[in-house]
Design a protein around this ligand. Structure first.
Ligand code: ADP
Length: 252
C-alpha cells in the first residue's frame, strides 16, 4: 500500500464565504477512489474559518476572530466530510495538530500510532491545524507546511497539493500570460524559496512560496510532492490512478 497525504487549500473548498459542497463532494469521491485503488489516504483540509463564517460572520481581518471562526467552523467542516464519506461507505476522523507536535519525538510517535491505527481500520484521518492554540498556519501557510510535516513524519511517500493553481510555472501565471508550466522539478533555488508570499484571496494565507518550501523539505527527505488543480481533479486522477502525468508539477 502506498501512503499519500492529500492537502486541499481553502480556495478550492470555499467561494463567496461559503464551503462549495460540489467541490468537497468531488474531493471525497476522489479520496474514496484512491482508497479502493489501495492507497492509504490522509487528508489535510483547510476551510474551518470559512465554514465558521457561514455561521457567524465575524470580521476576518483580526487573527483572534479567525481563531474563533476556526473553532466554530471545524465541527461543521467535519460534519460535512462525515456525511459525504458515509455516502461512499467510509468513516472519517478528526486530528487537530499544532506544528510543535513534530518538535517532540514522543508526541510525533503518539500521533503516528493513532494515524496508523485509523488507516489500518480503513478510516480517513482528516488533519487540520489546531488554530485555537497554534496560529502559525492560520496566519501564514494555509496548511502547506503542516502537510509537508505530516507527510514526512507519518511516513507517506507523497504529498498531493490540490490548489487553485494547476501547476508550478516559471513565473506567476495569474500575472504573466506567457508563463510556462514546469512538469518536473528536482531543485528549488534559494531565491525561489525566499520570494514574496503571494496569497490570492482573503482566506488563503499560503501562496506559491509555502508550497515550494514544502516541496523542498520533502525532496530533501527523499519524498515527493505533486501540485495540481483542486478545481478540476482530472490531472491528479490521471497521475495517481492511471499513472499518466498529463498536467500538474511533480517535485522529486
Ligand atoms: P491554494 O489554493 O493552495 O490556497 P494559493 O493561492 O495559496 O493556493 O497559491 C497559489 C497561487 O500562487 C496562484 O494562484 C498564483 O497566483 C501564485 N503563484 C505565484 N507564482 C507562481 C508560480 N510560479 N507558479 C504557480 N503559481 C504561482
Amino acid at each position: 500500500m502506498v501512503r499519500l497525504v492529500i492537502k486541499v487549500g481553502s480556495h478550492v473548498l470555499t467561494e463567496n464565504s461559503t464551503i462549495v459542497k460540489e467541490r468537497m463532494m468531488a474531493l471525497v469521491k476522489f479520496v474514496s477512489e484512491l482508497k479502493e485503488y489501495n492507497y492509504e489516504v490522509i487528508l489535510v483540509s483547510s476551510g474551518a474559518v470559512a465554514a465558521g463564517y457561514t455561521l457567524l460572520p465575524l470580521d476576518r481581518s483580526s487573527v483572534a476572530n479567525r481563531q474563533a471562526l476556526a473553532a466554530i467552523g471545524q465541527p461543521l467542516l467535519l460534519k460535512m466530510y462525515q456525511e459525504k464519506f458515509a455516502k461512499f461507505g467510509f468513516l472519517c476522523s478528526q486530528i487537530l495538530l499544532s506544528a510543535d507536535v513534530f518538535d517532540s519525538r514522543k508526541a510525533t510517535a503518539y500521533a503516528k500510532v493513532a494515524i496508523d491505527t485509523l488507516l489500518a481500520n480503513g478510516v480517513v484521518p482528516i488533519i487540520n491545524e489546531n488554530d485555537t492554540v497554534s496560529i502559525e498556519e492560520l496566519v501564514f501557510g494555509d496548511n502547506d507546511r503542516l502537510s509537508a510535516h505530516v507527510t514526512h513524519y507519518f511516513d507517506a511517500q507523497m504529498l498531493v497539493i490540490l490548489s487553485d493553481i494547476d501547476a508550478f510555472y516559471n513565473k506567476d501565471p495569474n500575472c504573466y500570460g506567457d508563463a510556462v508550466r514546469r512538469p518536473v522539478v528536482t531543485h528549488i533555488s534559494a531565491e525561489e524559496l525566499a520570494a514574496e508570499h503571494t496569497p490570492n484571496n482573503e482566506f488563503a494565507t499560503g501562496g506559491i512560496v509555502t508550497k515550494l518550501q514544502s516541496a523542498d523539505f520533502l525532496m530533501k527527505h527523499g519524498r515527493e510532492m505533486f501540485l495540481a488543480s483542486g478545481f478540476d481533479l482530472s490531472d491528479a486522477r490521471s497521475f495517481l490512478l492511471e499513472k499518466v502525468h498529463k498536467g500538474g508539477t511533480l517535485f522529486k
